[in-house]
Design a binder for this molecule. Structure first.
Ligand code: FAD
Length: 475
C-alpha cells in the first residue's frame, strides 16, 4: 500500500516498509489538537516526547477543571484555582504551542483547521487532528431558558451564577414585600445528577452555615433550595442504594428534592413544572440553575457533513472503535464528543481517549501497528452532597459519607493541575469545610447592573415561553 502524501498509509496496520515519515517532507509531523479540556490537554502532554509539532487551539486561555465549577459558583474557590493557564502548563513542552481561537472550520480533505479570535483568522494545517471540543449545556431546544437558568459549563457561567446567588440574598434583605422576598430566597436547581446534587447541597450550606449571621432583616437559613428532576431518583447512574443515601442526606441539610417533576416553562420570577399525574404548578423563584443536559460541540456536525459518520441525538460523533473518523485514520475525536459503546461523558473517558489518540499517532509514526480499539477503564464516579459527605462508586464498591468524601477530596486534588493550585484549594476548603467561611464572595458592579441580572430578578423585561414551547416538557 503506498503512503499517503502526508506520510500515513491508508490501512489499519502500518507495514514498516510502506511508511514514509514526515521527516522525508523536511519537517516534523504536525498534530493539531482542538480543545484544552481533559481530552485535549492529556493528548498534548502524551505527545511530549514524540517527534511531532503540536498546536493546541482553544477559545479560552485556560484548562478548565469542570467538576469544581460549582465551588466557584458558590464562593468556595476562585476561578483561577480551577482554570490554570494552558501556556503555563505547557511552558516546558518544547514541541507544543498554544493558539487562542474559536475553531469555526475543519477541512477534512485539505487537512486544515480554521480558527478566529477578535477578527483574526488563522488556518492551521495538520497531518493528524485530535478533536476534543467537549460539550455545552443543552436546554433541549429551548435555548432562551439560558437567561433565566444559567448552566454550568464555563468560568463565565460559574461567575454569573455566583452573582445571581449572592444578589438574591442582597435583594431579599432590601425588599419589603414578603412574596417577593420568598421568591428571592427560593433557589431551584434543575437536574438531579452529580452537578445538580453538588450545587443544591452547596447553596443550602451557604445559606445555613456561611451567611446565617450576615444579614439583619432576613434569616438566610430560611432560604428554600429545591432540586428538581423528571427522573424518579437522585443520582440515577449511581444505583438505587447510593441514590437513596444521597437523597436522605440532601433532606437532612434542607434541600427539598422533587422527583418526577418536568420543567414546562420558565420566566424571570419562577418555574412551571408538571408532575407525574399531569398536574401543573408554579414555583416562585428568581435564582434558578440548569444542570439538566448537555449536547456535544457543533464541530461534530461540521465533520459529519464531510465524511460518512453519524451523530447521536446529543450530537456526539459515532466514531470508529479506535476513535477515528471512518476513512480518516488521521482524525481522532475524544471525550464528551464521542458516542461509543455507551461511554459516559466524564473526565476519565476524555483523559484516556486523549492518551489513546496520542499513542496511535506515535505508533503510526514509528511504523508500528496502530488502529487499536479504545478500551475505557472505568475508575468509578463520585459526587459530594455536603461537607464531609459524598457518595462514591468504584468497581463493585459503593461507599457513602465521610469515607466517600475523603476519596473525593484526594481524587480532586490529584487531578487539579499545578502544585500552587492544590495548595490554595486546600486552604480554601479548610476555610469552608472546617470553618464556615467562603473566600470568594466578590460580585462585580458589572454583574449587579447587568441587564440579564436585572431581568433574572424579575425587574423589567422578562419574557416567558410562548404557549407552543410550553407543550413540550423540558426534562
Ligand atoms: C459542572 C460539571 C461537573 C462535572 N463533574 C464531573 C465529575 O465530577 N467527574 C467527571 O468525571 N466528570 C465530570 N464532568 C464532566 C467532565 O468535566 C467532562 O466529561 C470532561 O470535561 C470532558 O472533557 P473534554 O476534553 O471532552 O471536553 P472539555 O473538558 O469540555 O474541553 C473542551 C475544550 O474545548 C474548547 N472548545 C470548545 N469548542 C471550541 C471551539 N469551537 N474552538 C476552540 N475551542 C473550543 C473549550 O473551551 C474547552 O476548553 C463535569 C462536567 C461539568 C460541566
Amino acid at each position: 500500500m503506498p503512503p499517503s502524501t502526508l506520510g500515513f498509509v491508508d490501512q489499519g496496520t502500518a507495514e514498516g516498509a510502506d511508511f514514509a515519515p514526515d521527516i522525508d517532507l523536511g519537517r516534523r509531523h504536525r498534530v493539531v489538537v482542538i480543545g484544552s479540556g481533559f481530552g485535549g490537554l492529556f493528548a498534548t502532554q502524551a505527545l511530549k516526547r514524540a517527534e511531532v509539532e503540536v498546536t493546541l487551539i482553544d477559545r479560552t486561555t485556560h484548562h478548565l477543571f469542570q467538576p469544581l465549577l460549582y465551588q466557584v459558583a458558590t464562593g468556595i474557590l476562585s476561578e483561577g484555582e480551577i482554570s490554570p493557564s494552558i501556556r503555563e502548563i505547557l511552558r516546558r513542552q518544547r514541541n507544543a504551542r498554544v493558539q487562542l481561537g474559536e475553531v469555526t472550520g475543519i477541512d477534512l480533505v485539505g487537512r486544515t483547521v480554521t480558527s478566529t479570535v477578535l477578527g483574526e483568522t488563522a488556518v492551521t494545517p495538520y497531518d493528524s487532528l485530535i478533536v476534543a471540543a467537549g460539550s455545552s449545556q443543552s436546554y433541549f431546544g429551548n435555548d432562551q431558558l439560558a437567561r433565566f437558568a444559567p448552566g454550568m459549563k464555563s468560568i463565565d457561567d460559574a461567575l454569573e451564577l455566583r452573582g445571581r446567588i449572592f444578589m438574591a440574598f442582597e435583594m431579599a434583605e432590601l425588599v419589603e414585600d414578603e412574596a417577593e422576598r420568598n421568591r428571592l430566597m427560593t433557589f431551584v436547581v434543575v437536574g438531579a445528577g452529580p452537578t445538580g446534587v453538588e450545587m443544591a447541597g452547596q447553596i443550602s450550606e451557604l445559606s445555613r452555615r456561611t451567611l446565617r449571621q450576615d444579614f439583619r432583616r432576613i434569616d438566610p437559613r430560611r432560604a428554600g433550595v429545591i432540586l428538581l428532576d423528571a427522573a424518579p431518583s437522585v443520582l440515577g447512574s449511581f444505583g438505587d442504594r447510593l441514590g437513596a443515601k444521597a437523597q436522605a442526606r440532601l433532606d437532612e441539610i434542607g434541600v427539598e428534592v422533587q422527583l418526577g417533576a418536568k420543567v414546562v416553562g420558565m420566566d424571570g420570577e419562577g418555574i412551571e413544572v408538571e408532575d407525574e399525574d399531569g398536574r401543573r404548578r408554579r414555583i416562585e423563584s428568581v435564582c434558578k440553575v440548569w444542570a439538566a443536559g448537555v449536547s456535544a460541540s457543533g464541530l461534530g456536525a461540521l465533520m459529519a457533513e464531510q465524511c460518512d459518520v453519524g451523530l447521536d441525538r446529543a450530537g456526539r460523533v459515532k466514531v470508529q472503535p479506535d476513535l477515528t473518523l471512518p476513512g480518516h485514520p488521521e482524525v481522532f475525536v475524544v471525550g464528551d464528543m464521542i458516542a461509543l459503546a455507551g461511554m459516559p461523558g466524564v473526565a476519565q473517558v476524555a483523559i484516556q481517549g486523549g492518551r489513546h489518540a496520542a499513542r496511535q499517532i506515535i505508533a503510526r509514526l514509528a511504523g508500528r501497528p496502530y488502529g487499536e480499539p479504545f478500551e475505557y477503564h472505568d475508575k468509578g464516579s463520585m459526587a459530594t452532597i455536603s461537607r464531609f459527605s459524598a457518595v462514591a462508586s468504584v468497581g463493585r464498591v459503593r461507599v457513602s459519607g465521610l469515607i466517600a468524601w475523603l476519596i473525593w477530596l484526594g481524587v480532586h486534588l490529584f487531578y487539579l493541575i499545578g502544585f500552587k493550585h492544590r495548595v490554595t484549594t486546600l486552604m480554601h476548603w479548610a476555610v469552608s469545610f472546617i470553618g464556615r467561611g467562603r473566600s470568594e464572595r466578590t460580585i462585580t458592579q458589572q454583574q449587579i447592573f447587568a441587564r440579564e441580572a436585572i431581568e433574572a430578578l424579575g425587574k423589567g423585561f422578562s419574557p416567558t415561553l410562548s404557549p407552543g414551547e410550553r407543550e413540550d416538557p423540558l426534562t
